[in-house]
Design a protein around this ligand. Structure first.
Ligand SMILES: Cc1cc2nc3c(=O)[nH]c(=O)nc-3n(C[C@H](O)[C@H](O)[C@H](O)COP(=O)(O)OP(=O)(O)OC[C@H]3O[C@@H](n4cnc5c(N)ncnc54)[C@H](O)[C@@H]3O)c2cc1C
Ligand code: SF4
Length: 327
């Protein structure tokens, strides 16, 4: 591991200053992803700015019924919060389906958003990887690509975003609050993570010197009826092959409201807007659910080892919506 300087930010202003003054500085949350990557020499920061002492460790209810979750709140605290469990069960479920209890106790909300892909070639210095070394090529495309993307991939990168929590946040229309040298701003969750295009090394909309201060979740009454389903190779401690986060409101047999997002299928948490469009006002039954899944996956493209994910994603969507509709 390369040597690095360490500083603990006393307040937000200090954190922004520390981050801006060292071009190759990284923020340190729980360290559960970053430190692993530093040990493998994939991340080689000159300095770490520890943000865990900042006053961003609270979950607050907004007067309108929404929630603001601070950037340094630990994943376990989010999943166990009574308001999250009651109003946004899909979020609590998504977090609990990720990693292990010990890791969730350390991992922060911001760190979860910013975690890097689990593409094996990204971790292998002997492999070509445009994300690790821009312009080098991508060995996953012609290699073993079972875990890789079926939606929104490019000729430069076919990696997937590994987070479970982010899939629920995409479905919930969350927003990401950030602060940087030019002040504070809010980014729609859908805009926060990027598709790879020809710059897979740029993964988010975060600008140099900016850090995440928290997540806002709007009030969404019908999200009390919501579900997260993760399909994976092992029952625990495995990343999603496909996951579905959904909230559904049915009125007189018709879909009144729906939110749907997919995980394990793209470089970013995938908001299923095409499926939502097909479902609006449709009969809340298996036929419409299948039509919605077909519409969402129509642009999907499989590779040598991940073609199966296309049908798997469709069936998982139909299964989750069917369960939420009550049968
Ligand atoms: C064995 C293992 C299994 C796992 N399984 C799963 C799984 O099944 N599902 C899942 O979703 N996740 C899984 N994870 C990933 C885990 O959720 C992440 O490691 C964790 O969420 C990262 O949070 P952290 O606070 O430790 O981030 P860190 O490791 O501290 O940082 C990660 C990144 O976030 C950046 N960062 C930290 N704070 C901020 C901030 N305030 N603003 C901007 N950037 C910031 C850091 O600079 C770094 O780039 C697994 C991890 C491990 C080690
Ligand atoms: S899929 Fe992306 S992360 Fe994986 S090797 Fe290719 S460029 Fe690198």
């Amino acid at each position: 591991m390369k040597s690095f300087a360490y500083a603990r930010a006393a307040d937000l202003e200090a954190a922004v200053k520390l981050l801006s003054k060292t071009p190759n500085a990284k923020l340190l949350g729980g360290g559960t992803n970053l430190v692993d990557l530093m040990r493998e020499n994939i991340e080689q920061p000159d300095a770490l700015v520890d943000v865990t002492g900042l006053p961003l460790d609270r979950i607050e209810e907004r007067p309108d019924g929404g929630l603001v979750i601070g950037a340094t709140v630990r994943n376990t605290a989010v999943a166990g919060h009574p308001v999250v469990r009651d109003r946004y069960p899909l979020l609590a479920q998504a977090i609990v389906f990720g990693a292990s209890g010990q890791i969730r106790n350390m991992a922060t909300v911001a760190g979860n958003l910013m975690q890097r892909t689990r593409c094996l070639y990204f971790y292998d210095h002997a492999a070509r990887c445009n994300k690790r070394a821009p312009g080098a090529g991508c060995d996953a495309i012609g290699g073993f690509n079972r875990m890789h993307a079926i939606l929104g991939a490019s000729d430069s990168c076919i990696a997937t975003h590994p987070s479970d929590m982010c899939v629920a946040l995409a479905a919930l229309d969350a927003k990401v609050n950030v602060i940087g040298p030019s002040g504070a701003r809010t980014i729609a969750f859908e805009e926060f993570h990027r598709l790879p295009e020809d710059t897979p090394d740029i993964e988010t909309d975060l600008q140099p010197g900016e850090l995440i201060t928290g997540i806002e979740i709007p009030p969404l009454g019908f999200a009390r009826r919501s579900l997260y389903r993760k399909v994976r190779d092992r029952a625990s401690y495995a990343f999603a092959l496909v996951s579905v986060a959904a909230a559904l409101e049915v009125d007189s047999g018709k879909v009144r409201n729906v939110r749907l997002a997919l995980g394990g299928v793209a470089h970013k948490p995938w908001r299923a807007t095409e499926a939502e469009r097909v479902l609006a006002g449709a009969n809340a039954g298996a036929e419409s659910f299948r039509q919605a899944a077909e519409a969402e996956l129509a642009p999907a493209r499989g590779l040598a080892h991940n073609e199966f994910k296309i049908e798997l994603a469709k069936r998982t969507i139909v299964g989750v919506l069917g369960e939420l509709a009550g049968g």
